[in-house]
Design a protein around this ligand. Sequence first.
Ligand SMILES: CC(C)(COP(=O)(O)OP(=O)(O)OC[C@H]1O[C@@H](n2cnc3c(N)ncnc32)[C@H](O)[C@@H]1OP(=O)(O)O)[C@@H](O)C(=O)NCCC(=O)NCCS
Length: 154
Amino acid sequence: MIRKAKIADVPPVQKMLGEFARDGRLLARSLSELYTNLRDMYVYVDGETNQIAGCCSLHIIWENLAEVRSLAVAPSHHKRGIGRLLVQACIDEARELGIKQVFALTYKDKFFQHLGFRVVDKNIFPQKIWADCLHCPKFPECDEIALVLDLSEG
Ligand SMILES: CC(C)(COP(=O)(O)OP(=O)(O)OC[C@H]1O[C@@H](n2cnc3c(N)ncnc32)[C@H](O)[C@@H]1OP(=O)(O)O)[C@@H](O)C(=O)NCCC(=O)NCCS
């Protein structure tokens, strides 16, 4: 089940993100960041165990731009369509809000392309998106791939 995150989800979400962050697959998030941006986040809850097995956030950047970030699915649950559902929940919300473009910075470019995103040059984004990058251990040598989904196209 995909639902909006609740306060009690933050510790397990932080743990899951931390596990992927350890080998550089995504950015670790502090408890403070997760609590203050809680309303950005969707989680997937395993119906049998009632445990969090996936998460993804939609973070609004500017009037026409939002980022899909902190996407993670527990390895035990990969390739069951959960990642797609989480990203779709973010896209649906972006559409409802009237946002024109959703982007991701990722190493999973093929996954996002599969969902309709297209690869773009990172430099097209406003400087506002780089605020987060200052906290990234890889800054300023970012090798992530930027992808965009245009929502104004239907
Ligand atoms: C990327 C990730 C979220 C994908 O989650 P998932 O639940 O396994 O993906 P899904 O099962 O929803 O896959 C959706 C579609 O994308 C395809 N896909 C999944 N991973 C893919 C990949 N690495 N390359 C190409 N296609 C991929 C699937 O085949 C599926 O296609 P289908 O719907 O036509 O069958 C997961 O691998 C993950 O958590 N990785 C580690 C953290 C990470 O790298 N996050 C991204 C940071 S932005």
